[in-house]
Design a protein around this ligand. Structure first.
Ligand code: CO
Length: 136
């Protein structure tokens, strides 16, 4: 069902400071920056091998990442697994009784299709599944 880890999502308060750490100190290449209104974030992708780190700055306090920062502070937010067929993956998860946040995929960063599973269904780990767009 899952091909590999696509990215780890990190919630940050200061995006420029986070970029300075990941790009400047860790030497990862910044490959994409985008405001994703549907998720209430400004997001940055950095390459690490075939995978990515996704830095997430909330667009406001009343967004999922804004509420996460208010309650837990900056840090690891979610893990994302890549799938070649997100509709099929969601069907499989539903059939396995896994509770979903997104019953249908929505548009994520770089035109990908994404859906989140409920953290209560995945051992407290907020889990995203990603089908990359054809271009990526
Ligand atoms: Co993500």
């Amino acid at each position: 069902m899952f091909a590999r880890i696509d990215h780890t999502g990190v919630a940050v308060e200061d995006l420029d400071a986070a970029i300075a750490l990941y790009e400047g100190s860790f030497g990862m290449r910044l490959v994409h920056r985008e405001t994703v209104e549907s998720q209430g974030v400004e997001a940055v992708l950095l390459d690490v091998g075939e995978n990515h780190v996704e830095l997430l700055r909330p667009l406001g306090p009343d967004t999922p990442v804004g509420r996460f920062l208010a309650s837990r502070g900056p840090g690891l937010h979610h893990v994302a697994y890549q799938t070649p067929d997100i509709a099929r993956a969601l069907d499989g998860l539903r059939a396995a009784g896994v509770r979903l946040i997104d019953e249908t995929p929505r548009i994520g960063i770089r035109g990908s299709s994404v859906a989140f599973l409920h953290p209560a269904a995945s051992g407290g780990v907020l889990t995203e599944i990603v089908q990359p767009s054809k271009e990526h």
